[in-house]
Ligand binder design. Structure first.
Ligand SMILES: [Zn+2]
Length: 146
């Protein structure tokens, strides 16, 4: 219903990315393996540890200028907010990067043909005849490169 909101939505795991969710199970497994996509635990361990390292660096950099004179409770709130924010930003970065790889894999498998899934919004177009996505209007035909 809200096609403009689709491309910027950030699912919690790789498996929930619309392009992946609408694939048949066997194809989905292959696509995830080809994109070297982490499962939910590895994904969030990765995002969390990157977020923690980023938070430690930010606290270290800003210690003398910003944090030193803060009361303990305020310091803890700053640390918690930084940790949550940096972890989410790492998640955004990871999802976007792996989603790009998954889209490239779907496009490569459909050269000179229509993709079964809209590469812009993830809409399942396998059962429709049109050359454009009914949800967002993106073209479905993949031309060969060069
Ligand atoms: Zn679309």
């Amino acid at each position: 219903m809200l096609p403009s909101a689709m491309p910027i939505s950030i699912p919690p795991t790789i498996e929930k990315i619309p392009e992946i969710a609408s694939l048949p199970p066997s194809t989905r497994t292959d696509m995830l393996a080809d994109a070297n996509a982490p499962g939910p635990w590895r994904l969030w361990l990765y995002n969390g540890s990157r977020g923690l390292i980023t938070t430690v660096i930010l606290i270290w950099l800003g210690h003398d200028a910003v944090y030193r004179d803060l009361p303990v409770i305020a310091s803890m709130l700053v640390i918690a907010t930084l940790l949550a924010t940096t972890t989410f930003l790492w998640h955004f970065w990871t999802i976007t990067r792996i989603r790009g790889r998954i889209r490239a894999g779907i496009a490569a498998a459909a050269v000179n043909d229509r993709t079964p899934i809209c590469l812009r919004c993830g809409y399942d177009c396998a059962t429709i005849e049109a050359d454009a996505c009914p949800e967002c209007g993106a073209g479905l035909f993949v031309s060969p490169r060069g």
